[in-house]
Write a protein that binds this ligand. Structure first.
Ligand SMILES: Nc1ncnc2c1ncn2[C@@H]1O[C@H](COP(=O)(O)OP(=O)(O)O)[C@@H](O)[C@H]1O
Ligand SMILES: [Mg+2]
Length: 364
């Protein structure tokens, strides 16, 4: 082997073996003339064996590193697939639940509506009849102040004085009850017939202002609580193509909830609108109420979930809002809240509805 153009004159060479397989050779040579001995060869051989062992170890180590790396990668991929599957499953369960619930609710709302209308229509007649009869009795009492014993006994028996006072209240509470049922039925109707309205460009601010007008009586204070202040920070936003009635329903639901919350603590509702990227608008409704605990935040959008006392909440407001914003407008509705500080609900929707988003859920 020439080296520096000078010939090698002495050489000993041993194989480097890995499991009986020759993987390399180690040669020791010199330009000088050296008589290598068997002893030299032995030493070189020992060196070769050690080198082979070291190489083998290094190879094994590299292999095990590679194996660990690819196992980690596979585990990560598996976890991702699992997450995706769980998400899809949750979505499927959610939309399945929503659609069967929607059908059931539509049926119930329809069935309840007629009898409630009978009652509502007849309550005022019933009240007038009762009023007339009581007036008539009063007239009798004025003109015949000394009735026969039998009548006197009956008057005492039925506690006529109490009936005279109580019947007004009784009819009033029936009216409140019926109106409440009508509200619930209306909510259920909106909940299950969400696709009936059409999409048109509207001024979101008009919708919010209209909603606030309807809710105005609930903003005024009384002996028990301070009045609620509304602060509007309206940004410059163009007309938004949407289901206007439904969007107003969402404003109504969120603002009513804020008002309910402020009965407990706080007195301010801030409504902020602004353009965000990709031609979307953001509408934030922020209150300085008691806030929402984290475990409750997770259930906000479940149909019939309410923390309000029996008779006060239906638990449908946020479920309806979610359906309207996410499923009907392809938008986003999110809650940010800190206990004791307040709650923000923000809604984001595209100015022009994204056809893909809308058609994806149209069957619900
Ligand atoms: N701004 C808010 N502050 C505190 N809690 C809220 C707020 N908005 C919603 N919630 C909680 O979300 C629950 C569900 O609201 P919703 O679906 O409208 O049903 P409901 O108002 O009939 O209870 C409420 O019962 C309440 O616990
Ligand atoms: Mg509500």
């Amino acid at each position: 082997m020439p080296y520096n153009d000078k010939p090698i004159n002495s050489l000993i060479c041993v194989p480097l073996k890995n499991k009986e397989e020759v993987i390399a050779a180690i040669a020791v040579g010199s330009q000088a003339r050296i008589n290598y001995t068997t002893e030299d060869l032995k030493v070189l051989n020992i060196f070769a064996v050690q080198a082979a062992l070291a190489i083998e170890k290094a190879l094994l180590y590299e292999q095990s590193l590679n194996a660990a790396k690819s196992a980690q990668k596979q585990a990560k991929e598996l976890q991702q697939t699992l997450d995706k599957l769980q998400q899809t499953q949750a979505q499927l369960v959610h939309s399945e639940k929503m659609s069967s619930l929607g059908q059931m609710v539509a049926g119930i709302a329809h069935e309840i509506n007629n009898p409630v209308n009978f009652i509502k229509g007849n309550i005022s007649y019933g009240f007038n009849y009762a009023q007339d009869l009581i007036d008539l009795i009063s007239l009798y009492q004025e003109n015949y102040p000394q009735p026969i014993t039998e009548i006197e006994e009956k008057i005492e028996d039925i506690n006529l004085n109490f009936i005279k006072q109580d019947f007004v209240q009784l009819f009033n509470s029936m009216k409140v009850g019926v109106n409440r049922i009508k509200d619930i039925v209306r909510s259920l109707g909106i909940f299950s017939h969400l696709d009936k309205a059409e999409i048109k460009p509207v001024d979101i601010h008009e919708g919010i202002d209209g909603t606030l007008l309807i809710l105005r009586h609930r903003l005024d204070g009384n002996e028990k609580r301070k009045s609620i202040e509304i602060v509007k920070e309206y940004g410059e936003i163009p007309l938004v193509s949407c289901y206007a009635g439904q969007l107003n329903q969402v404003f109504m639901n969120i603002i009513s909830n804020a008002i309910d919350a402020l009965q407990e603590k706080g007195n301010l509702i801030l409504i902020r609108t602004q353009m965000i990227e990709n031609n979307w608008v953001n509408i934030s409704i922020i209150d300085n109420g008691p806030g929402i605990a984290e475990d409750i935040q997770k259930k906000l959008y479940d149909p019939f979930f309410t923390t309000k006392e029996v008779g006060k909440g239906t638990g449908l407001g946020m479920a309806i809002s979610y359906q309207i914003i996410v499923e009907k407008h392809g938008g986003v509705i999110k809650c940010l809240s800190e206990l004791g500080k307040g709650t923000e609900f923000y809604i984001q929707i595209p100015i022009e509805p994204n056809q893909e988003n809308l058609s994806k859920h149209s069957e619900i």
